[in-house]
Design a protein around this ligand. Structure first.
Ligand SMILES: C[S@@+](CC[C@H](N)C(=O)[O-])C[C@H]1O[C@@H](n2cnc3c(N)ncnc32)[C@H](O)[C@@H]1O
Length: 258
């Protein structure tokens, strides 16, 4: 639906395949939802999954997803009322609104307003990085596309028991239920509001070690390889754009040893 720092949309088929190799599951958990780069693809491919637990710590992001899932008509209506030329003028108040959220709003109007602000900010920031300065890309503004994506998300979730929480990843890993896709912030790279500290990285490693059936993605660096030297590590080449240049590097897909 939107470009997101560290988003896995381009790698979704590969990652879906790795999740499916974990075996049939009836529950899916994603503790670091972000843009849901592979979420909707994976759920569409696996109709046997009846329970879904999605989570992210960023209240603005969770507000957007709650609005998109619970109130797609109102949210898309609000987006259709914004013209491309309106985006720069809307940016300041949208960014302030999102920064003021300690939790996702609980009422419909508040969720829709926050969801609208989220999409305005995504158009005005490089890859949506909360830390980047405004860099408008209003020609990408496309409410028809957002509506079609929201409808798809609605279809994919229909008939399933869905939880969408806003908080720390810990509770999603506290028991052994379901298959987990974990895509935490990169090692020592602060791209999102709030820090993911060394102790968070270690806590994630320790919790994953206690449970089966998960797929984890990380940037390829010696510390991560060392932290997971007890698991299976696959090295995957990735290409991405940085400052209009095409760059290449590798990322890691980590799974428990079979
Ligand atoms: C790499 S991104 C996830 C990208 C996602 N897989 C996608 O395709 O868009 C990591 C996410 O983790 C969230 N996050 C950071 N710290 C967290 C924590 N302690 N618990 C849960 N989520 C956290 C960030 O807000 C961010 O959205």
């Amino acid at each position: 639906m939107f470009t997101y720092a560290g988003g896995k949309y381009r790698r979704r088929l590969h990652l879906c395949d790795r999740l499916e190799r974990r075996g049939a599951a009836t529950e899916y958990r994603e503790p670091f939802l972000g843009s849901g780069g592979l979420t909707w693809e994976f759920l569409a491919r696996n109709p046997g999954i009846r329970r879904v637990w999605l989570n992210d710590r960023n209240p603005a992001l969770v507000a957007f997803w709650r609005a998109a899932i619970l109130h797609p008509a109102e949210l898309s209506g609000a987006l259709f009322r914004i013209g491309r030329g309106d985006l720069p003028a809307l940016y300041g108040s949208a960014a302030r609104l999102l920064a003021s959220l300690a939790d996702p709003p609980t009422d419909r109007a508040g969720l829709v307003e926050a969801g609208r602000a989220w999409m305005v900010c995504q158009m005005m920031r490089f890859h949506g990085y909360a830390t980047s300065s405004p860099r408008p890309r209003p020609n990408r503004w496309n409410p028809h596309y957002y509506l079609s994506r929201m409808e798809r998300v609605g279809r994919v979730l229909r008939g399933r028991i869905v939880r969408l929480t806003c908080g720390d990843f810990g509770p999603l890993l506290a028991d052994n239920r379901g298959v987990v896709f974990a895509d935490p912030p990169y090692w020592m790279l602060d791209l999102y509001p709030g820090r993911f500290s060394v102790s968070d990285h270690l806590r994630l490693r320790d919790m994953l070690r206690q449970r089966g059936s998960w797929v984890l993605t990380y940037d390829d660096c010696p510390v991560v390889r060392l932290m997971y030297d007890w698991a299976e590590i696959e090295t995957v080449p990735v290409r991405y754009r940085y400052r209009s240049r095409l760059a290449r590097r590798t990322e890691l897909v980590i799974t428990p040893e079979q």
